[in-house]
Ligand binder design. Structure first.
Ligand SMILES: Nc1ncnc2c1ncn2[C@@H]1O[C@H](COP(=O)(O)OP(=O)(O)OP(=O)(O)O)[C@@H](O)[C@H]1O
Ligand SMILES: [Mg+2]
Length: 284
């Protein structure tokens, strides 16, 4: 470890963002460290995507400050985020269906050799190297149309890796994937961390969150309600915070209704055998 390893990568200080009368983010204070996987959880409309889009340069906060490696920054667009070292992957990434994996990886940023000729050889070499770090089954010459949803998600993550970002933002990378495809994507996320990247991902599925995240951020109504080390928390605590009960487990809104929501969510998550799922990811 170097001295810099202890310096936070990205911080938000009292960040607020409004859409008209809707306060999508309210005084959000968050620290993203190097080489960690952070999961953002929360109910629909909690502000998760808005937070990620604010870090990705999509939105600019109305109040508050972003710090990149402890220096104040304003990130006006995705390109500026990329230049800093922040890459983002949103749901349902778009591809050119008639092109192969390598061409899609370099779409819009083709490499050029001398006399500005397309450097196909260089692109294939780089595409191969990046894909090798993520997956052994996807071939660079394969048509994108032949890939599964999970593999497409992998290619979109690979696309961000070409610029060697320090922070990768993922909005629901496992949504609508099968169990096996999810396991594949989660094992890539772990690999990213082992290669010194930091990952902030939004995820609705608590077993997935507990399988990969180092820390879990709970959002509710635009605020951060809790930040927990995964090893030190439980499903019950996270679900209670998502649903809106206080730290000692006492509902602070309609008691009966909150209890029903918590019980239902716990019941749903117990349908999936956690240890089996965790073992599956470990073997990837
Ligand atoms: N572009 C926008 N214009 C107006 N309101 C928006 C916009 N984007 C989000 N909102 C509102 O901001 C709030 C937070 O939305 P956001 O999409 O961040 O929630 P989320 O936690 O990602 O929810 P989900 O789990 O449904 O994706 C919601 O009330 C939403 O309706
Ligand atoms: Mg969202």
């Amino acid at each position: 470890m170097t001295g810099n390893d202890h310096q936070p990568l990205l911080e938000t200080v009292d960040v607020s963002l409004r859409f008209g009368f809707i306060e999508a983010l309210k005084n959000v204070n968050l620290t993203i460290n190097r080489r960690e996987v952070l999961a953002v959880v929360g109910d629909n409309g909690a502000g998760k995507s808005t937070l990620v889009k604010t870090l990705a340069g999509f939105y600019q906060p109305n109040d508050g400050q972003l710090l990149w490696k402890s220096e104040p920054v304003s990130i006006s667009n995705i390109r500026e985020a990329n230049e800093l070292g922040i890459a983002s992957v949103f749901q349902d990434p778009e591809f050119c269906e008639n092109l192969d994996v390598a061409s899609n990886l370099f779409l819009g940023k083709e490499k050029r050799s001398t006399f500005r000729r397309r450097d196909d050889e260089g692109m294939y070499r780089e595409a191969k190297a990046v894909l090798r770090t993520l997956s052994s089954v996807i071939r660079i010459g394969q048509p994108i149309a032949s890939l599964s949803k999970g593999q497409r998600q992998t290619v979109s993550i690979a696309r961000t890796l070409l610029s060697d970002p320090e922070l990768i933002l993922l909005d629901e990378p496992t949504a609508s994937l099968s169990v096996m495809q999810t396991a594949e994507v989660l094992s890539y996320i772990k690999r990213l961390r082992s290669e010194n990247h930091s990952v902030l991902m939004i995820c609705h599925d608590l077993p997935d969150v507990f399988a990969v995240a180092d820390r879990i951020i709970v959002m509710r109504q635009g605020r951060i309600k809790g930040v927990h080390y995964t090893k030190e928390t439980s499903y019950e605590q996270i679900i209670a915070e998502i649903a809106g009960v206080n730290a000692s487990g006492q509902p602070f809104e309609d008691e009966r209704q909150t209890q029903i929501v918590v019980n239902n969510m716990i019941a749903q998550h117990h349908l999936i055998d956690r240890s089996m799922k965790r073992n599956l990811y470990e073997t990837q």
